[in-house]
Design a protein around this ligand. Structure first.
Ligand SMILES: [Zn+2]
Length: 134
C-alpha cells in the first residue's frame, strides 16, 4: 500500500490535540471515513499521560488509541493505583484537634484500620504526609 502524505488540516473536535499527521491507514472508521495516524494528548482521571499515537477519522473526527497505547496506559494506572483514589476531603473540628476523614476506598487501599499507628508531618505548607507503621 502506498502511503499518502497529508498536508491539509483534518477535521477533529479539538484541533489543538492533533499535531503530526503521518499516513492514511488501510482500514476505515466505523462511519466509513478514512483513518489517519496521528498523535493526541491522553488524559485519564485528570492526569496527563502525554502525547500518544492514535488514529483519527477524517470524516467524523473520532479518535482511536491503539491497543498497545491503551495497554501502556492501563499498566501505568495500575502501577500508580492512587490515580483512581484521589478524593476531596474536608477538615472537621473535634475538640481542640482537626480531623481529616479518610475515605473508605483509601483506607482499604492503605489497609488502615482503627488504632493503627501513623506518623504525621508536613512536607511543605500545602502538603501533609501520613506514614503508616508496620
Ligand atoms: Zn469516522
Amino acid at each position: 500500500m502506498e502511503k499518502n502524505r497529508i498536508k491539509e488540516n483534518i477535521p477533529c473536535y479539538n484541533k489543538d490535540m492533533v499535531r503530526i499527521v503521518e499516513e492514511i491507514l488501510d482500514y476505515p472508521c466505523s462511519c466509513g471515513g478514512k483513518l489517519k495516524k496521528s498523535f493526541c494528548s491522553v488524559e485519564f482521571f485528570g492526569h496527563d499521560f502525554g502525547e500518544r499515537a492514535c488514529e483519527i477519522c477524517t470524516s467524523c473526527g473520532s479518535e482511536f488509541l491503539s491497543d498497545q497505547t491503551v495497554e501502556e496506559i492501563e499498566c501505568e494506572v495500575k502501577k500508580r493505583k492512587l490515580f483512581g483514589l484521589e478524593k476531596q476531603v474536608t477538615v472537621v473540628k473535634s475538640g481542640n484537634s482537626l480531623v481529616f476523614r479518610i475515605p473508605p476506598e483509601i483506607a482499604k487501599f492503605l489497609k488502615i484500620h482503627p488504632k493503627k499507628i501513623a506518623r504525621m508531618f508536613p512536607l511543605d505548607e500545602k502538603r501533609l504526609a501520613i506514614e503508616l507503621s508496620g
